[in-house]
Design a protein around this ligand. Structure first.
Ligand code: ZN
Length: 402
């Protein structure tokens, strides 16, 4: 792999800074230097983008490669084999890369689907992003629909077993179901499921091996238990009241609101394609999202990009980028901070910030070169169109060109 000298007009670092007229030196897929006076060496490829904005590849910490983001009824998955879902998973991850998402976290898929897709990417069979998987979601008995293929655990010792089992399967992070879900027919979203001591045991086992615990939670009690347990990332977290925001500040809990999946879904409530129980539960939660997210932003919580791509009306690719727009438009987050939610903060939520998340020496060269005149700091919406991204570079290699 040739060394690359990439000249940039505006470099969005990923940590909230921009650098003007800066060059990035890439050696063996790793950023080796960033600076204004980097000299061209022999046998070096020069990419002159000194009139362009260059930014880190986006990290979406929450997708489900076992779903397609189009089917309105998640129940259809019940009829499809794991083999079919794995093949389709290999197709949907290419859409992520095409839209500039260079790293994705699979936040639970049935059986071995996410592992199969990860392997196909790593072996170069599929042109996809770096995929970090959590394996199966860990839930109480009856906490999820059986078709989701969750891992069942009840009681402190059994929860420890379930976490250890996923770790042994080679996961990157742990996903817990603290409460019921919109997509699980027989649960109410806001009903607490795991007790505090079970969540504490899960977080402890996860942290023993230096990994991150993410937990799905709705409703005051389930959200409070999640924060108190030491779980690292609160997922969804609606409605988020002020007491729980204060608790999150105290405990350093990161917040992944996944706004886009509710926003897009509520536009289709009257279409008659979603199951009745989903519409009913979404109608209960959707009007409460805005206030909680606004208050979270005002309180300065660490916001994390997760789209829930794969869920109904949440297609792979544009949804990750739309989540940043909604953080700005609904949550009042400045554009730069929305980008940080999808770069450095997302890397931290997956505990991979030593390797990705910013354009800095020692990190993987995962970069987006934007088309002429395109600057997401002026208009974050332009990232939703792949034509705005001229080149997607992953590990120093151009993987997409538009
Ligand atoms: Zn999800």
């Amino acid at each position: 792999m040739a060394n690359i000298l990439l000249k940039t007009g505006t470099l969005i670092v990923g940590d909230g800074r921009t650098l003007d007229d800066t060059a990035v030196l890439i050696k063996s897929g790793i950023v080796s230097e960033v600076g204004q006076d980097l000299k061209r060496e022999s046998e070096m490829e020069v990419l002159d983008y000194s009139d362009r904005v260059v930014m880190p590849g986006i990290i979406d910490t929450h997708v489900h490669v076992g779903y397609d983001g189009i089917a309105a009824d998640p129940d259809e998955v019940r009829l499809l084999t794991d083999e079919f879902l794995s093949i389709r998973g290999g197709v949907v991850v290419e859409r992520l890369l095409n839209h500039g998402i260079t790293t994705a976290g699979d936040a639970a898929s049935r059986g071995n689907i996410s592992f199969a897709v990860r392997e196909a990417i790593e072996k170069g069979i599929v042109n996809g992003p770096r995929l970090l998987v959590c394996g199966r979601m860990i839930s109480i008995t009856g906490g999820r629909d059986p078709m989701s293929g969750y891992s069942e655990a009840n009681g402190v010792d059994d929860v420890r077993r379930a976490v250890r089992e996923e770790i042994a399967r080679g996961i990157h992070f742990i996903k817990l179901a603290s409460t019921g879900a919109i997509s699980a027919m027989h649960t109410e979203s806001m009903s607490p499921q795991f007790n505090l001591d079970e969540l504490q045991a899960a977080a402890e086992e996860t942290h023993k091996v230096g990994k991150m615990a993410h937990a799905h939670a709705y409703g005051d009690v389930g959200i409070r238990n999640t924060i108190l347990s030491g779980v690292d990332v609160l997922v969804h977290g609606h409605p988020l009241n002020r007491e729980n925001i204060d608790l999150m500040k105290e405990h350093g809990t990161m917040y992944m609101p996944t706004i886009v999946t509710y926003y897009e879904s509520q536009l289709h409530h009257d279409d008659g394609d979603l199951p009745e129980y989903m519409v009913r539960k979404e109608k209960e939660i959707y009007p409460l999202i805005e206030e909680g997210v606004k208050n979270a932003v005002t309180a300065g919580l660490k916001m994390v990009l997760g789209s829930d791509s794969g869920m109904p009306y949440t297609p792979f690719g544009p949804s990750s980028m739309e989540e940043m727009e909604l953080m700005v438009r609904i949550g009042g987050l400045p554009e730069m901070d929305a980008i940080v939610a999808g770069t450095l903060n997302a890397a931290k939520a997956l505990k991979i910030e030593s390797q990705i998340g910013t354009i800095e020496p020692g990190k993987s060269a995962d970069l987006l070169v934007l088309a002429p005149g395109k600057n997401p700091l002026k208009d974050i919406r332009l990232l939703q169109s792949p034509e705005s991204i001229e080149r997607v570079i992953l590990k120093g290699k151009t993987v997409i060109e538009h």
